[in-house]
Design a protein around this ligand. Sequence first.
Ligand code: FE
Ligand code: CA
Length: 545
Amino acid sequence: MTRPLIFSSKPIPGPLDRRGLLVGAAGFGLALTTQRRAFGQPDNPFTLGIASGSPAADGFVLWTRLAPEPLAPDGLGGMTGPADVVWEVATDEAMSQIVRKGVSQAGLADGYSVHVEVAGLAPDRPYWYRFTALGARTGIGRARTLPASGAPAQRAKLVLATCAHWEAGYFSAYRHMADENADLAVFLGDYIYEYSYPLSRNVVRRHDRLTDVTDLAGYRVRYAQQHTDPDLQALHASAPCVAIWDDHEVQNDYAGEWSQNGGTSPEDFLRRRAAAYRAFYENMPLRPTQAPTGPDMLMHGRFDWGRLARFHLLDSRQYRTRQPCPNGKSRRGHVAPDTCPDLADPQRTMLGFEQERWLDQGLASSAAQWNLIAQGVLFAPFVETSKDVTGSFTDSWGGYQAARQRLIGSLVDSRAANPVIFSGDLHAFLTADIRARRNGPVVAREFVATSVTSDGAPDSMVADQKLNPHVRFIDNKVHGYVSADLGHDRMAVRYRAVSDRTDPAADVSTLQSYVVEAARPARRKPSRRHAAESGSTRRSPYDRG
Ligand code: FE
Ligand code: CA
């Protein structure tokens, strides 16, 4: 049954400028409160904001999740039964020219989220959208379609972020990302944290509960709380997004089916992973084809920004081998010396061999000017000293050195043009040159985003970089995000730092900036061999048609 709409779809008076768009999105709670009283409606169901993502040349996914009581302990947001959610897509930000409209049912199975796949739109342009349900209407969000396949797109503006611990600070970085008017926001992992700080620590705000979340209700509430943040809502309303995950969407330092806790069986851990992946799906603008099956979920994918860039989104958690050379019972990451025999073991993998092959083919078949690899953890070799041990941190690619060498080999052999790696997890900005061998030519550049809020990497990591001559820059003192302006011949990358993570009104400045010149021309078209091979690969969720 479709409920009658309380509000007509007549345009919002007056043109909304960009500020108005954001205020409309972030501030709709207030407006709805007024309308709710006037109409005697139940509570605002749109406390978690709206989002768009999974962009294609002809459409995108629109997301919202109904939750009149976002922190209800059962994870159902105060919903007691299914509800129809009306969605509208317009070509103008006043929503006066509606080109697509439909109804999607939010139900218990998906935690009252909706994932609307909008198709049939024109390529390479913005669209605006909103939802109406239970007598309430959201603010207006901005989505965007990709340039058509093979189109000579000239530019793209990206903002990239990672590691947003709710308790560690306010999300001013997200607010400033929204203000950048980006074409795409990329979440590089640790979008939520499963754990809370101890009571002894002073925090700016508390999670809904102080114990780790381990079950579906717990993860659902954790995402709901995260989504109540007005700065995160403003970011999602401002631009479409794609997201990869790292460990904290499930559990610190997990690897495949292995918990960081030595005493947890894979069977028990996979039960937890299934709950966590389900909540990730429910809370991101992903395609319904990406909904998990038990503990398995297809997260990695690729898509092309015309001929300007191919995005390779990697999953560096689900398929990885256990961390090398464990210390006693714990499987947590630690610094292992080079004598750890596992490090060079070619049987060990970060991506899983199937994803490795898929990535090889995606690189080899790419005709894009840039190949942008978004992945979870520090890729560059990095030698550090911790607890008197000098070596590599086992939870990042330093613990998977043979796999790293294979990927570097693939970057070289594929002749993919201008690879750039964007990474998260480190809680520091870091810039590195990636080489196949010491003193060899630069194969790729790596830019690591610092945390939105999470505590900085230990000072011991940044103290002395004599052993890391390929590391151009490292800073563990600031929080913020990465902004990247992509053009045909060059990409400008800026490290944006917020003034104070404990200040909800923090401002932002540029800490460091780079220009990456396109050094290697894109191939004119994919080689026939690789085009044939890519036909046999597993479908990416971003593949359309
Ligand atoms: Fe993190
Ligand atoms: Ca992490």
